[in-house]
Design a protein around this ligand. Structure first.
Ligand SMILES: *Cc1c(COP(=O)(O)O)cnc(C)c1O
Length: 344
């Protein structure tokens, strides 16, 4: 099967497996795992922050970030379809007792004006608006990128309103590579940054949360509290170090393949807008088919796509394990499965 369901589908390459096998390890909880320490130092620099902590998942990184910045009853503002609202169960309520405010977005983004309107002036009966959150790239909208100027505006607003500012940068490196900027130029504007290692970077698991040293001191305590403190975790962190060395620049290949897939599908008459493909996601509106019917037909043709939150939109996601040849095959199989005309 050509697995375009998600960039989480990647399997460790021989080079990554060799790095895993050769990893120097120690007890991570005692800060004695040299490979974890190296990954944390490198990730902090990459993200433009003082310090980073290694975690099993980006979900845990996000949930720790919420706990770090809030007290019971505080309010978290984010775009309504962001991962933390639609794919982490009720984490903000369960782990941190936080109320959430979802702003309607365009391409996953909301404006500074929307935040001003949503912000609650401190009052004895109001939840405290505390945490402002963006997702970059934005998953549910199809891997869309936040422009740097807009992030700068929100950063200034967060300072003005005394809000903490978090970046769910599970796919931050896709944004940085697509924009041609250092990830630190984006990451340094936030109080905390989540980066996922098991998406486009190709690791079997892992994530980091980065911030200033004081905040990260608390984050290390929460890592224990949330059950994320490990032991000889260098076995996994070695994959992360390998990915930072080898798998960042190549994200541009995934983006080029997604663009080519989108153009070809649009030419075949499918409801795809190549102009919306900024990174490694292609969204296809399969109406009048249902998402389930469309996925079943695609599976018969040997192509895996997955559903989005939208009623009739599927996504195809390119990644390390998808080659140019597989894009060629997908360009034939997807229109065939969905009943569009097949290009000659
Ligand atoms: C995948 C994802 C996460 C969670 O990552 P895991 O490592 O799978 O827990 C968080 N945020 C976004 C935007 C994601 O796409």
């Amino acid at each position: 099967m050509i697995d375009l369901r998600s960039d989480t589908a990647t399997k460790p390459t021989p080079g990554m497996r060799a790095a895993i096998a050769a990893a120097a390890v120690g007890d991570e909880q005692r800060r004695e795992d040299p490979t974890v320490n190296e990954l944390e130092e490198r990730a902090a620099r990459l993200l433009g922050q003082d310090e980073a902590i290694f975690l099993p998942t980006a979900t845990m990184a996000n949930q720790i970030a919420i706990r770090l910045h809030t007290e019971l009853g505080d309010e978290l503002i984010a775009e309504e379809n962001c991962h933390v609202f639609i794919s982490e169960l009720g984490g903000p309520a369960v782990h941190s007792g936080v109320v959430t405010r979802g702003l309607p977005g365009a391409a996953g983004r909301y404006s500074a004006e929307q935040v001003r309107a949503a912000y609650r002036v401190p009052a004895i009966h109001s939840p405290r608006t505390r945490l402002l959150w963006i997702e970059n790239t934005h998953n549910a909208s199809g891997g869309r990128i936040w422009p740097l100027e807009e992030i700068g505006e929100l950063h200034a607003l967060a300072l003005e309103l005394d809000l903490r500012f978090h970046l769910d940068g599970a796919r931050l490196l896709n944004a940085a590579v697509a924009l041609g900027v250092d990830a630190a130029e984006i990451g340094s504007r936030f109080d905390t940054v989540t980066l996922c290692l098991s998406k486009g970077l190709g690791c079997p698991l892992g994530a980091v949360l980065a911030g200033d040293s004081e905040v990260m001191g608390n984050a290390r305590r929460l890592k224990h509290l949330f059950g994320g403190a490990m032991r000889q975790a260098g076995i996994v962190a070695a994959a992360g170090v390998y990915a930072l060395d080898n798998n960042i620049d190549r994200l541009a290949d995934d983006h080029a393949r997604a663009k080519r897939l989108a153009r070809g599908l649009a030419e075949a008459g499918l409801a795809v807008d190549p102009d919306r493909v900024e990174t490694n996601f292609v969204q296809i509106d399969v109406a009048p088919l249902s998402k389930e019917e469309a996925m079943a037909r695609l599976a018969e043709q040997g192509v895996g796509l997955s559903a989005t939150v939208h009623p009739s939109v599927l996504r195809a996601v390119t990644h390390l394990d998808i080659s140019d040849e597989e894009i060629d095959v997908a360009l034939d199989a997807i229109p065939r499965a969905l009943g569009a005309r097949v290009s000659a």
